[in-house]
Design a protein around this ligand. Sequence first.
Ligand code: FES
Ligand code: FES
Length: 192
Amino acid sequence: MAPAPSSTSSAVTLNINGEKHHLTVDHRTTLLDALRERLDLTGTKKGCDQGQCGACTVLVDGRRTVSCLNLAVAAEGHEITTVEGLADGDRLHPVQQAFLDLDGYQCGYCTPGQICSAVAVIEEHAAGWPSAATEDVRPEAGPPPLTPEEIRERMSGNLCRCGAYVSILQAVARAAGEHAEATDGKAKETTA
Ligand code: FES
Ligand code: FES
């Protein structure tokens, strides 16, 4: 049975992958520990537990976040997406499919974090966000080409101890290309 709220714990409702979860958490519980230890959502991995490796990356309101540095109580009222919530039924998310097709992993431990990060990277880039590798950061310049340097820089918060970076880069590039094509197609449909 869940412990009753006290001066050191609170009852929270977390919206994860479109489902509401009610739980009582110690105020010091990280979002990562709540996901893994309380909700059995073990797709999100614990690597360094101090914000250095990106293994615990999830999406909070669509933005990538290291869940080991976020408190579960602070996640209430936000939409959290973990790697378990990316697929559409049996259909993998295009980023997941690209990682699978192009062997964007070896042991797979960093992969959920890499995939969640890549999903957000593609959205951030499409929205025109510059990175430290972007040469022309003026808003009127629009999104920079998603070169390998851009992808490396944007994915640099996600470490892979197996060194699967070459395939990870290829997978992100392919998924980004598919996303751009799909977005372009939709824009053409709406302007036709
Ligand atoms: S476990 Fe969170 S960044 Fe490493
Ligand atoms: S695939 Fe093993 S750590 Fe990245």
